[in-house]
Design a protein around this ligand. Sequence first.
Ligand SMILES: [Zn+2]
Length: 288
Amino acid sequence: MANSSTYHKTRIAPTPSGYLHVGNVLSFAITAALARKKGAKVLLRIDDMDRERVNPLYLQDIFDTLNYLGIAWDEGPSNVEDFESNFSQLHRMPLYQQALDQLAQNKLVFACTCPRSTQKPCTCLEQQLPLSTPNVSWRLITNNDDPIQVKTYIGKTISEILPVSMHNFVVKKKDGYPAYQLTSVIDDLHYGVDLIVRGQDLWDSTLAQLQLAGLLHKTDFSNISFYHHPLITDATGNKLSKSAGSTSVQYLRQQGKSAAEIFTMIAGMMGVTAQVSSWKALVEALVE
Ligand SMILES: [Zn+2]
């Protein structure tokens, strides 16, 4: 991981839609370690735009988990009350709305009536329904041909076209709220993030966000560097889900596990047998 680039700010960005699990902890530990190595500040960015799934218990769990594991952050809310008053994404609705208006004015979005879980391909682009139609999502008219440039943590540039999974991705949900890809771009720019550390499962999102930022003429976003880390998987090789209770930190704490025991368990899940006392030691054990 040797490289001479400097970074000013990275972020940990949990969603309060479930109890945090060991996969989240691994991501936070890697983010904190890279920030420390580069002298970057860590922002705690909590994404609460998924209004149907946000739960106050899960919000409190984010602070409890980070404090329990000794993972510190430099910027962002210090507790739930501070979050609600000053940092909730609801406070940034005008910024998201401005971006959505800009996409609409430039005819870069179309209204979609497809159910969320449909298997059928979306043909709504041809329908040309008015964007103001009730209960529609807005999909981006994506460029599926031209390569997108991704700057990596080690100073390389990767060039890739938009994956099929992101063709015409949603920027505004049926409930009227902006979608994750859009809020993530706007928030990272708003807070001046220049290093994004996230799991490999978000590689497609990275490409989508870079394209979206380009279409919004937010050129600063293309200067952000990305580090995509390996994921903890379950016994069947699948990504851990938030419903998997036995891997939630809250459950492990209730079972009497210390922070060191949780870190040691995570190392084991990544195939490393070692006694690990802290998040710093965890990342060191994984890199060796
Ligand atoms: Zn559709």
